[in-house]
Write a protein that binds this ligand. Structure first.
Ligand code: AMP
Ligand code: MN
Ligand code: MN
Ligand code: MN
Length: 292
């Protein structure tokens, strides 16, 4: 690993949730993209990591693979995502927690289907299920089906039209709380990271409240560098990490090829940031210089 140019991406998805590449394919793509350290962080599941490790070991690649998960939480009735890094993917308590999440996902997905059907969108539940191909159902699978069937031009407009708060296909979430997600991540030996804090489109006052409460819940870090963001947003998030004594993380949130987001892309590492891999409990040693 070349320390000067070590490329680190601690957030991405596979077909185990709503990503479009299999765990093996994501490893290959990370290698092509010169990513040195990759965390796979599927929504509410660690299933993809078993295949990913097997493939990575068999191929004997130079890639450092980090076990991750992105847990959906309920906070002030919003959907908030907490990433767990370095979790033990065989931890029985984590397994139980994720089983419950899967049940909640199934119930929610069925309700989304019923609501869409009432609004005249027929067959969306079955369609989303076939896109999920056995993975826990996500709004992302609904989005794929709705775009394919010409209900909207792109995924973004699907969300705007059908799937965000207040729209036909939005079902109020029933996830567990942030403190519960942080606790289970810690129990499984991991670090808890507040995912894409600017993605929730909160006012600055609410974002500050969220980050403060995440810290109070024993959270370890927040994502400050994302694949797509303004310089202003990045410095604001870095400031929030300092103010709340949280470590910083970074990740592309890659889901599929050909979109805006790409593995390892735009993952700058400004100076003066306390990175989560420098924290005491971090498992696999990573040496990385600032990368502007
Ligand atoms: P879920 O985990 O089922 O609540 O679905 C959330 C997923 O939907 C996110 O991880 C994204 O992949 C996708 N998503 C959420 N909001 C948007 C949006 N505005 N545009 C496109 N995809 C979105
Ligand atoms: Mn997703
Ligand atoms: Mn997310
Ligand atoms: Mn994600």
């Amino acid at each position: 690993m070349n320390e000067e140019s070590t490329l680190i991406d601690l957030h991405c998805h596979t077909t185990a949730s709503d990503g479009q590449l299999t765990p093996s394919e994501i490893i290959d793509r990370a290698l092509t993209r010169n990513v040195d350290v990759l965390a796979i962080t599927d929504h509410d599941t660690v299933q993809g990591l078993f295949e990913a490790h097997e493939y990575n070991n068999k191929k004997d690649t130079p890639l450092t693979l980090i076990n991750g998960v992105e847990i959906s939480c309920r906070w002030e009735s919003h959907d908030i995502h907490v990433v767990g890094l370095n979790v033990d993917i065989e931890n029985p308590q984590l397994d139980e927690y994720l089983k419950t999440q899967r049940v909640l996902r199934e119930e929610r997905a069925a309700e989304i289907g019923r609501r869409l059907e009432k609004a005249g969108v027929i067959g969306a539940y079955e369609g989303a299920k076939s896109f999920a191909n056995g993975a826990a159902l996500s709004r992302g699978h609904y989005a794929s089906w709705l775009v394919k069937n010409d209900y909207a031009k792109c995924r973004n407009s699907v969300f705007k039209k059908y799937m965000t708060r207040g729209k036909t296909g939005y079902v109020p979430n029933n996830w567990k709380s942030i403190p519960e997600a942080v606790a289970i991540i810690h129990q499984a030996g991991g670090q808890a990271v507040l995912a894409h804090p600017s993605g929730y489109k909160f006012s600055s006052k609410w974002l500050k409240k969220l980050v403060r409460e995440f810290k109070e819940a024993n959270g370890d870090a927040i994502e400050v560098v994302l694949g797509q963001q303004s310089i202003n947003e990045r410095s604001n998030l870095i400031a929030l990490s300092h103010q709340n004594e949280l470590y910083a993380s970074l990740g592309s949130d890659f889901h599929f090829p050909g979109g805006w987001l790409e593995l390892g892309k735009n993952l700058f590492r400004p100076k003066g940031v306390n990175w989560v891999w420098e924290s005491q409990n971090w498992k696999k040693e990573i040496k990385a210089e600032p990368l502007q």
